[in-house]
Design a protein around this ligand. Structure first.
Ligand code: HXC
Ligand code: NAP
Length: 282
């Protein structure tokens, strides 16, 4: 689908790039020629992913930082620049989330998730955005949100995440306009369910829940990481230069299923349809 040198000469900083979807995007960007710089809190996954990228012949580095801490964020950006010269692309992928009844949450629990998702995204965007503007060089930002933010519907039981992701989407659209004159482009991807250890352990911990979710899905399956990684490549590519402030949903039609009043008729078996149809004909 893409030329193998599509991302040659690019340097991409990914937050949360050592695990899950961040890792899959990093591997794909590297395969297409980009230099990769990963940032997260735990060293082991970062080291492993950077190693896997280098094994494939691309360049990778990493720094440890909590995205909530602006000073640590600035140090991570400095480290990336030291390693690769300059960073031209930012993927805000790090997130925190868990399922909980909202009335049982503490204010600290809300702050933890909003801090990682919303403040963390702002911290990296601010740090790199200022540099791009000062240096008069173009920049490219991709924010990973969720369908409950993109569809403006929110979601029960993940209220801190829902509030934070909606904020990230608003930031994406606001800055797409404000920073367009600086040749900085911002877009978002809203993924549906993609199996990862981080998300599944916190949001869909039992096989029973996973099977139920799959059964409810119009396509009967979860997303594949390569499907999301290729969408990210497109949005970051030069070919998407006129796409700005957009949020692309990639969920196989799942949120639309929830939106349509009669969509649960999907569960009606053919035999029941035939009975209804023959009753109508009488
Ligand atoms: C209620 C919880 C909780 C839970 C933590 N807290 N887990 N409250 N239910 N399950 C509370 C704690 O009690 C504490 O409040 C506060 O949150 C902070 O907890 P810490 O463990 O000290 O925070 P921290 O170390 O910063 O960890 C952040 C985290 C953690 C979000 C809580 O889960 C994390 O590090 N997650 C990162 C990875 C992740 O979440 N990946 C999934 C992304 S998936 P008190 O008051 O007790 O001190 C995703 C997909 C969405 O976003 C869509 C799917 C389809
Ligand atoms: P994941 O593997 O748990 O990814 C989250 C990453 O964020 C981890 O690598 C984690 O690394 C990092 N992170 C968390 N808190 C951090 C902090 N304070 N500072 C720095 N890094 C931090 O989960 P995932 O499923 O791949 O999620 C990736 C993105 O996709 C997230 O934005 C998520 O909201 C979004 N998403 C996922 C799904 C899905 O179905 N999987 C659906 C919709 C949206 P450390 O713990 O080492 O810091």
């Amino acid at each position: 689908m893409f030329q193998s040198d599509l991302m040659n000469g690019r340097t991409i900083l990914l937050t949360g790039g050592g695990t899950g979807l961040g890792r899959s995007m990093a591997m794909r960007f590297a395969e297409l020629g980009a230099n990769i710089f990963l940032v997260a809190r735990r060293e082991e996954p970062l080291k492993e992913t950077a190693g896997a990228i280098r094994t494939k012949g691309a360049k990778a580095g990493y720094a440890l930082a909590d995205v909530r801490d602006f000073e640590a964020v600035e140090k991570a950006v400095d480290a990336a620049e030291k390693e690769f010269g300059a960073v031209d692309t930012l993927v805000n992928n790090a997130a925190g989330n868990f399922i909980a009844r909202t009335e049982k949450l503490t204010p600290t629990a809300f702050t933890a998730v909003v801090g990682i998702v919303l403040q963390g995204t702002f911290n990296f965007t601010l740090s790199l955005g200022r540099k791009w503007i000062a240096a008069k060089t173009p920049g490219n930002v991709l924010n990973i949100v969720t369908t409950y933010a993109a569809a403006d519907c929110g979601s029960g039981f993940v209220v801190p995440s829902s509030c934070a992701k909606a904020g990230v989407l608003s930031m994406t659209r606001s800055l797409a306009v404000e920073w367009a004159k600086h040749h900085i482009r911002l877009n978002a991807i809203a993924p549906g369910p993609f199996p990862t250890e981080g998300a599944w352990s916190r949001l869909m911990p039992s096989t029973e829940m996973q099977e139920k979710a799959k059964k409810h899905h119009p396509m009967g399956r979860f997303g594949r990481h390569d499907e999301l990684a290729d969408l990210a490549v497109y949005l970051l590519s030069k070919q998407a230069d006129y796409v700005n402030g957009e949020c692309v949903v990639i969920d196989g039609g799942l949120w639309l299923r929830g939106a349509g009043e009669f969509n649960d008729y999907l569960d009606v078996p053919d035999a029941a349809w035939e009975m209804m149809e023959s009753a109508r004909r009488k």
